[in-house]
Design a protein around this ligand. Structure first.
Ligand code: PEP
Ligand code: CO
Length: 451
């Protein structure tokens, strides 16, 4: 029998990956300040997302969860947010058009700052330094001083999340996401590329379809679904003090919601059934995600479903597999079967990024485009074999023209990684590679008869 839950009940459990804050009183002051601030999202919005995810769980919609590995305090601008949104909207158009089902869009954005690390220290050149844990905790500069955790950063992360969310709401509701503007979502460096041109064809077809609807007498002007969209926010709920400070009771239902984002997930390193992270998440009403890596057993997955979704609410739980392309098919099939046989209404999403990270000859962390598509293909094959719905993808991307992942249509080479390697954490797909990936997913799902 699970004990009573409260926003602070996680304190009685072991919390991994928490920074060593130098001054407890300073941390308490920052958390108290955040607890007094307004919520970033509302419970009703989290419920709308859950309803969308329930459609994904039922095989009637597709989930696109995408954004930065780690948001940066330095790369914080309207342009940066807009470019990321553009790519997400473009991918979503390709997927919706090709699959013929709604795409539920969730950004790794407006709060995706904290990073779990495999080791408390890292080597930078010849020097051993405390690991960089994301701008919400410490600085990425390679000095001892920068790496000291500072609670002021928690407040800054809250403020940056609020401003990012404000702009996202404006862009998605204020005309930028209007389907009549599909052509305007292509960036200059993408438009002349083969992926850009394929996208233009779809955009032309959408224009034609809108004209057709108008010609038939449909009032497209007044149909708000054509002019605005929902892009939800999500991040890894890693820093439990920060998440607790933003956990509020919904006045409508009395339920608790973590109002730092619409959806929260628990990472592969902190998802143990008796972890403080699982304890915290089981009590909030938001839709939840859990990353699952190689070695995950069917027993664990069923226990996790019981722990995080005992009421079996469709769309509450998304299992995000990140197995690595060589293992995904064999590793996933027993899990899919167990969850299907237990009638757990989960969303299955594929994170092709985190199981396929390698180091280039020049020492850069990278991911090869072909390994990403190969993991997605294995994910889809496993679902086809088990009769389950490959519900979505979870990817790290940016709207910028970076060179962080190798391969793709523009064939980025190991030797080109240094050209524009800008991430503060893991290597991300650039806008062309992201679009390319969306076409790949769409074709694969159609090719296997699943869509
Ligand atoms: C991430 O999503 O950035 C991450 C650290 O993932 P995982 O927990 O799957 O390693
Ligand atoms: Co990452």
């Amino acid at each position: 029998m699970a004990k009573a839950w409260s926003p602070s009940s996680w304190h009685a459990f072991h919390a991994q990956q928490q920074p060593q804050w130098p001054d407890q009183a300073d941390l308490d002051r920052a958390l108290k300040q955040i607890a007094s601030y307004p919520p970033l999202v509302f419970a009703g919005e989290a419920r709308s997302l859950q309803a969308g995810l329930a459609q994904v769980a039922a095989g009637n919609a597709f989930l696109l969860q995408a954004g930065d590995c780690a948001e940066s305090f330095e790369e914080f601008s309207a342009v940066n947010i807009r470019e990321k949104l553009r790519v997400i909207l473009q991918m979503s158009v390709v997927l919706t058009y090709s699959l013929g089902v709604p795409v539920v869009k969730v950004g790794r954005i407006a709060g995706q700052f904290a990073k779990p690390r495999s080791s408390a220290v890292e080597m930078v050149g010849e020097r051993e330094l405390p690991s960089f844990r994301g701008h919400i905790v410490n600085g990425d500069a390679p000095t001892e001083a920068a790496r000291v955790p500072s609670p002021d950063r928690l407040v800054q992360a809250y403020n940056q999340s609020a401003a990012t969310l404000n702009l996202l709401r404006a862009f998605t509701k204020g005309g930028f996401a209007d389907l009549g503007r599909v052509h305007a979502w292509t960036q200059e460096f993408v438009s002349s590329s083969p992926e850009g041109q394929r996208y233009e064809q779809i955009a032309d077809e959408i224009d034609r379809a809108l004209r057709f609807m108008r010609a038939c007498g449909v009032d497209t002007e007044r149909n708000h679904q054509l002019h605005e969209t929902d892009v939800y926010t999500s991040h890894e709920a890693l820093l439990l003090g920060y998440e607790e400070a933003l956990t509020r009771q919904d006045s409508l239902t009395g339920a608790w919601y973590d109002c730092s984002a619409h959806m929260l997930w628990v990472g592969d390193r902190t998802r143990q059934l008796d972890s403080a992270h699982v304890e915290f998440l089981r009590g909030v009403g938001n839709p939840l995600g859990c990353k699952i890596g190689p070695g995950t057993t069917p027993e664990y997955v069923l226990d996790l479903c019981e722990r995080l979704n005992p009421a079996r609410i469709p769309g509450r739980l998304t299992l995000i597999s990140r197995m690595g392309y060589e293992h995904v098919e064999d590793a996933l099939r027993p899990l899919l079967r167990a969850v299907r046989e237990a009638n757990q209404p989960v969303v299955w999403a594929c994170d092709p990024m985190h199981g396929n990270t390698t180091t280039s000859a020049t020492g850069r962390k990278t991911r090869d485009f072909a390994s990403l598509t190969s993991e997605i293909d294995g994910f889809v094959r496993a679902h086809k074999a088990e009769g389950t719905w490959p519900g979505g993808i979870h990817v790290e991307l940016t709207g910028d023209n970076v060179t962080e992942c190798t391969g793709g249509a523009d064939k980025i080479l190991d030797s080109q990684l240094d050209d524009r390697y800008q991430t503060v954490c893991d290597p991300r797909l650039n806008a062309r590679q992201s679009l390319d990936l969306a076409f790949h997913v769409a074709e694969n799902l159609r090719g296997t008869g699943l869509a």
